[in-house]
Design a binder for this molecule. Structure first.
Ligand SMILES: Nc1ncnc2c1ncn2[C@@H]1O[C@H](COP(=O)(O)OP(=O)(O)O)[C@@H](O)[C@H]1O
Ligand SMILES: O=P(O)(O)OC[C@H](O)CO
Length: 508
């Protein structure tokens, strides 16, 4: 039921994430009224391959939307808009006549397109992609995954060229289904999601014909690129039938929006399956010379797009999951804090979780995970500590690169995401960054950002200033580590990172 102090109307935000889908109902003060969430299967067909069943995902989305509406005790009439946010880059092709996916979705962590990316680099050139799209040529992004599907699913290329096949990241898939699917569903994506495909020109905000040709991807499969905050259509069926679908943002951009980082130089870091730090760089794209991505932060209606620099880390929370599920060293994610707190330090061990290669600032697909510095002294508690430190050191490498690229010194870091409930990790982060780390009252900033964008689109909130007023600090960690220890430990971490590189040979 709704909180006694909460009266409608409301905004519903759907977050289609890597491990789960959730729906959160928010009130006008940006407070959570209800939440419903459901996990989906992670499919690992081969080493380095990660897939999702998109039909399962759409069923889960419908379930959590219904669940959150029931828990809130409201009806569609109380909901002014639906906002969408999603795991980015995860790639799906489906048949527009049947609504059936032609293959499982290929997840952002999947490395099967490594060889293809190397080939494209040789034939087309790395620089061209960086210049036009803001991204390095890497298996992380959607474009090469589309090409892989067209090359590997029998008969697909002909169907795609005939115009029967639609491509989308999870935002497009959810919006198409929500707005009617085969019965007139709208095929759109927003600028933030499109900026993760390697196919959108960052300067024109349109699909880049030359890049499409070099990747051999037919334009017929592509969704229309729209802003992040506007009405794309209305929900056709289900408990929210008739409600406008009014925003879409990749989840990390949504978190930037939810953390109200609306001014140049403001940054946030989200600690979930992976970790993604974004800094608002204003209305002009900033090129990175230090391994970051240039991406679209958001675009509200027909206003100018706002750009961001991003540091992406592939493996953080998923390393904790791996410790739990594959290693059996902990029973729950939260237990890693108890285990790691039972020792004073890492016992000399450093864990570099390059499971999907290394993302920012290295972009090395030939790297694989390493635990360095092992001696018989090291216990599972030291490894637990090294696991948490890995997240903090990887963040430090990103903040160093951000400072070099933007010239902005980090004065404090706004954080959110599932891992921020770990106090030891947050303290370690403040220590390694030598800067305060602050967490807002509403830790669900991803959904909040999608709700804010949808609310702006339908006039539920007047402007971004009204949203800023909702941001409140809940917790803060300040640095306690001496500079000598920090520098010494950082050096050891960087040595361990070097050991991960070159593990995968070209022919593998
Ligand atoms: N107390 C904790 N300590 C460390 N990691 C945690 C803790 N609680 C959750 N996690 C990790 O956080 C991730 C879940 O966070 P969430 O923000 O829900 O992720 P996502 O949106 O990527 O699915 C999981 O990978 C989990 O292992
Ligand atoms: O679903 P998350 O929170 O793990 O986020 C995934 C990112 O969008 C990948 O780029």
């Amino acid at each position: 039921m709704t909180d006694a102090h909460t009266t409608g109307p409301f905004i519903a935000a759907i977050d289609q994430g890597t491990t789960s889908s959730r729906c959160i109902i928010f009130d006008k003060d940006g407070r959570i009224v209800s939440v419903d969430q459901k996990e989906h299967e992670q499919i690992f067909p081969k080493p380095g391959w990660v897939e999702h069943n998109a039909t399962e995902i759409w069923e889960n989305v419908q379930e959590v939307v219904a669940g959150s509406v029931v828990k809130a005790g409201i009806t569609a009439a109380d909901v002014k808009a639906i906002g969408i946010t999603n795991q980015r880059e995860t790639t799906l092709l489906w048949d527009k006549n049947t609504g059936e996916p032609v293959h499982n979705a290929i997840v952002w962590q999947d490395t099967r397109t490594d060889a293809l990316c190397k080939e494209l680099g040789r034939n087309v050139g790395q620089d061209r992609f960086r210049r036009e799209t803001g991204l390095p040529l890497a298996s992380y992004f959607a474009g090469p995954k589309v090409r892989w599907l067209l090359d590997n699913v029998e008969g697909l290329r002909e169907r795609a060229e005939r115009g029967d096949i639609l491509f989308g990241t999870m935002d497009s898939w959810v919006i198409w289904n929500l707005t009617g699917g085969t019965e007139g569903g709208v095929h759109v994506t927003d600028v933030t999601n499109a900026s993760r495909t390697l196919l959108m020109n960052l300067h024109t905000m349109a699909w880049d014909d030359k890049i499409l040709a070099s990747m051999d991807i037919p334009a017929a499969v592509l969704p229309e690129i729209r802003s992040s905050a506007e009405v794309y259509g209305t929900a056709k069926d289900g408990v929210l039938a008739g409600v406008p679908v009014a925003s879409a943002l990749g989840d990390q951009q949504a978190a930037l929006f939810g953390q109200t980082c609306f001014s140049e130089g403001e940054a946030k870091s989200t600690y979930g399956t992976g970790t993604f730090m974004l800094m608002n760089t204003g209305e002009t794209p900033v090129n990175s010379y230090n391994g970051l991505l240039t991406t679209v932060g958001y675009r509200i209606g027909d206003q100018k797009p706002v750009y961001a620099l991003e540091g992406s880390i592939a493996v953080t929370g998923s390393l904790v999951q791996w410790m739990r599920d594959q290693m059996g060293l902990i029973n729950s994610a939260a237990e890693i804090e108890t285990l790691a707190s039972s020792v004073e330090d890492n016992g000399g061990a450093y864990f570099v979780p390059a499971f999907s290669g290394l993302f920012a600032p290295y972009w090395r697909s030939d790297a694989r995970g390493v635990i360095a510095g092992l001696t018989r002294y090291v216990t599972k508690a030291h490894i637990a500590r090294a696991v948490l430190e890995a997240t903090a050191w990887q963040t430090r490498e990103i903040t160093d690169a951000m400072t070099k690229d933007s010239g902005v010194e980090l004065t404090a870091l706004k954080v959110d995401g599932g891992m921020t409930s770990n106090n030891l990790l947050m303290q370690t982060l403040a220590d390694f960054l030598d800067a305060p780390v602050v967490r807002p009252m509403v830790a669900e900033t991803t959904c909040l950002g999608a709700a804010y964008a949808a609310g702006l689109a339908v006039g539920f909130w007047p402007d971004t200033d009204a949203l800023r007023a909702n941001w409140r600090r809940a917790a803060e960690w300040t640095p306690r580590m001496d500079a000598d220890s920090r520098d010494r430990e950082y050096k050891s971490w960087l040595k361990a990172v070097e050991r991960t590189m070159g593990w995968i040979e070209d022919e593998e």
